[in-house]
Design a protein around this ligand. Structure first.
Ligand SMILES: *Cc1c(COP(=O)(O)O)cnc(C)c1O
Length: 427
C-alpha cells in the first residue's frame, strides 16, 4: 500500500469536508511526539469544546458577583438553566422539547425510569436485554428486579449472539421478545452496543415490544450524537443517555432522559418525585402537594448542576451548528474509509466485530487482533498505537476500539491510524 498517495487522498477528503472547521472548536491532547494526538476515544470521553471554559467561567463569575441572585438574574438564570438545553438536546435524539430533560447521570436516570416503567406483576415481570451489555445496566435491571421481590436470574433475560457471531441478529431479538412476550414487563437494550459498535434496529424492536404489550426503553449512551435517532416517531416509553461520550459534556457530566409524549400528563404513574419536577410556576410556593410539570421535566428531582451543564451548553451549540444529519453523513464516510483501508491491507489479519453496513454501525470500529498472536499481540498493537499518538481503547481479549467522530476527527487522522496498523502487521 502506498501511504504517501493515501495521504494525498486523506488531505483531499479533508479539504472537501464541509464539517472540517469544527475541529478547531476543540482542545486536543498531545501525543508522545508533542503533536496533536489522533483522538479516537470520543466513545469514552469526548474532547473539550473550546468555548466550554468561557461558559464555566461565566457561571463562576456570576456565582462570585451575584451569589444567590444568579438563580433568577444571571445571563442564563440558574432556575431555568436546564430548560435551555432541552431544545438542542431534543434535536439530537429526534424528539420534541417537552419529551427531553437534562438531569442527573445515566444510571441514575435509568433507575428513575425503571421506577415508572418497570412495574412487574405476577404475570409480567421479565426484562429483556442484550447479553454482554455494559455492566451498569445489568446491575440496574437485576437490582430493580430484586427490589420488586423477583429472582434477578429469572427476571432478566439476555439475548445472545449465535455461536461464532459477534453481533445480534434483529430476528433473534424479535424472537426472544415473542417467546417471552406474555411475561415481559420491559424490553431495554442499548441503542448502540458499546463493545461491538452494533446499532440495533430500534424502530423495529420498539414496535415489537409494544406489540407484545411490554414497555420499552433504550440506553443511548453510545448512540447519542453518533447514530441518527428518531425517538418520538419510533415510540419507546423512555430513553436515557450520558453526555460525556459523543456529546462532549466533560467527565461525569449531567445526563439526558426522554419520556414519550404519551406519558406527558400521566401524573398517576408512580415516580420518585422531588421539587425540581414540580411545575416551575408553583415550584417556589413550597406547598406540600407535588404538582408535576408535564413532560420529561416532571421526572426531575433536584435543582440542576449548573457547573456540569455549562460545558454541555458549548457542545450542544456545535451540534446545532453542524446538524445531526450532516454529522451522520460524514461519519458513514469517515468510518467507511477506515474500513476500506483496513480491508485493503495485504492478507488483512484482523477480525472486525462491528457490522459493516453503515446503517448497522455508528462511528466506532471494534477490531480484534489475530488469535495466533495471542493476547500479547493485542496489547502490543495497542502500545504501538499509543506510541504513535493514537488515543484509543483496549479491551480484553484482543479488541481495539477506535471511534473516529465526525465532529472533530479528520481523514488524515484515519490515515495516521491505518499507517500504524499497517506497519505493525508488516513488522
Ligand atoms: C457509559 C455507559 C454507562 C455509564 O453509566 P454512568 O451512570 O454514566 O456512569 C452505562 N451504560 C452504558 C450502556 C454505557 O455505555
Amino acid at each position: 500500500m502506498d501511504f504517501s498517495t493515501l495521504r494525498d487522498e486523506a488531505e483531499r477528503r479533508d479539504r472537501h469536508d464541509p464539517l472540517s472547521e469544527l475541529r478547531d472548536e476543540f482542545v486536543f491532547p498531545s501525543g508522545p511526539d508533542g503533536e496533536r494526538a489522533v483522538y479516537f476515544c470520543g466513545n469514552s470521553l469526548g474532547l473539550q469544546p473550546r468555548r466550554a471554559r468561557d461558559i464555566v467561567d461565566r457561571e463562576m463569575d456570576e456565582w462570585a458577583e451575584m451569589a444567590v441572585d444568579g438563580h433568577f438574574d444571571g445571563e442564563q438564570a440558574w432556575t431555568s438553566y436546564h430548560e435551555n438545553l432541552a431544545g438542542p438536546m431534543s434535536r439530537i435524539v429526534g424528539a420534541s422539547e417537552e419529551e427531553v430533560v437534562v438531569m442527573n447521570t445515566l444510571t441514575t436516570n435509568l433507575h428513575f425510569m425503571l421506577v415508572s416503567f418497570y412495574r412487574p406483576d405476577r404475570d409480567r415481570y421479565k426484562i429483556i436485554m442484550e447479553g454482554g451489555a455494559f455492566p451498569s445496566d445489568e446491575y440496574a435491571f437485576k437490582s430493580q428486579a430484586k427490589f420488586h421481590g423477583y429472582d434477578p436470574e429469572e427476571a432478566v433475560v439476555h439475548v445472545q449472539p449465535r455461536d461464532g457471531e459477534a453481533t445480534l441478529r434483529t430476528e433473534d431479538i424479535l424472537e426472544a421478545i415473542e417467546e417471552h412476550g406474555d411475561e415481559t414487563a420491559l424490553v431495554c437494550l442499548s441503542g448502540l452496543q458499546y463493545y461491538t459498535g452494533q446499532v440495533f434496529d430500534m424502530q423495529t424492536i420498539t414496535q415489537k415490544a409494544r406489540d407484545v404489550g411490554a414497555k420499552v426503553g433504550w440506553d443511548l449512551a453510545h448512540a447519542v450524537g453518533n447514530a441518527q435517532l428518531n425517538l418520538h416517531d419510533w415510540g419507546p416509553d423512555f430513553a436515557v443517555w450520558c453526555t460525556y461520550k459523543y456529546l462532549n459534556g466533560g467527565p461525569g457530566s449531567v445526563a439526558g432522559c426522554f419520556v414519550h409524549e404519551r406519558w406527558s400528563e400521566a401524573f398517576d404513574l408512580p415516580r420518585f418525585a422531588g421539587w425540581w419536577g414540580n411545575k416551575p410556576e408553583t415550584r417556589f410556593d413550597m406547598k406540600p402537594e407535588f404538582d408535576p410539570a408535564p413532560g420529561a421535566a416532571g421526572w426531575q428531582v433536584s435543582n440542576a448542576p449548573i457547573l456540569s451543564m455549562a460545558p454541555l451548553e458549548a457542545s450542544l451549540e456545535l451540534f446545532d451548528r453542524a446538524g445531526m444529519e450532516n454529522l451522520r453523513e460524514k461519519s458513514k464516510d469517515l468510518t467507511g474509509w477506515m474500513l476500506e483501508l483496513i480491508d485493503r491491507m495485504p492478507d488483512q489479519p484482523f477480525e472486525i466485530l462491528t457490522p459493516r453496513a453503515p446503517e448497522a454501525r455508528g462511528c466506532q470500529l471494534s477490531i480484534r487482533t489475530p488469535a495466533e498472536h495471542g493476547d500479547e499481540g493485542g496489547r502490543a498493537l495497542y502500545r504501538a498505537l499509543r506510541e504513535g499518538g493514537v488515543v484509543c481503547d483496549y479491551r480484553e481479549p484482543r479488541v481495539i476500539r477506535v471511534a473516529p467522530t465526525p465532529m472533530y476527527n479528520s481523514y488524515t487522522d484515519v490515515w495516521r491510524f491505518c499507517r500504524i496498523l499497517y506497519e505493525f502487521v508488516d513488522g
